[in-house]
Design a protein around this ligand. Structure first.
Ligand code: FES
Length: 96
């Protein structure tokens, strides 16, 4: 299990390692979009991860290509559907 903190609400959740950020956020009832259903094709699940990036799964080619097309991408950017939680605490900021 790991701790997921969600901004701007500041709420924290205990989440099983191996869960995608998208699933964790949806299960928690946080407002996150997923127009493509989590296939890494729509960019609507774009989030910022200011803390714990190294605990997440590495960015793969599909995600990297999608992130490249997003205006306003930052070094903390991830697609929530492609980022899998590890054992260390993560803070995620919802962007839309
Ligand atoms: S839900 Fe579409 S890219 Fe993540």
């Amino acid at each position: 299990m790991t701790t997921l903190t969600v901004l701007p609400s500041g709420k924290t959740y205990e989440v099983a390692a191996g869960t995608t950020l998208l699933k964790a956020l949806m299960d928690a009832g946080e407002p996150i979009s997923s127009k493509c259903g989590g296939e890494g094709k729509c960019d609507t699940c774009h989030v910022s991860v200011p803390v714990g990036r190294k605990s997440l799964s590495k960015i793969q080619r599909l995600e990297n290509a999608q992130l490249d097309g997003i205006i306003g991408i930052g070094s903390n950017s991830r697609l929530a559907c492609q980022a899998v939680l590890g054992e260390e605490a993560v803070t995620v900021e919802l962007l839309s």
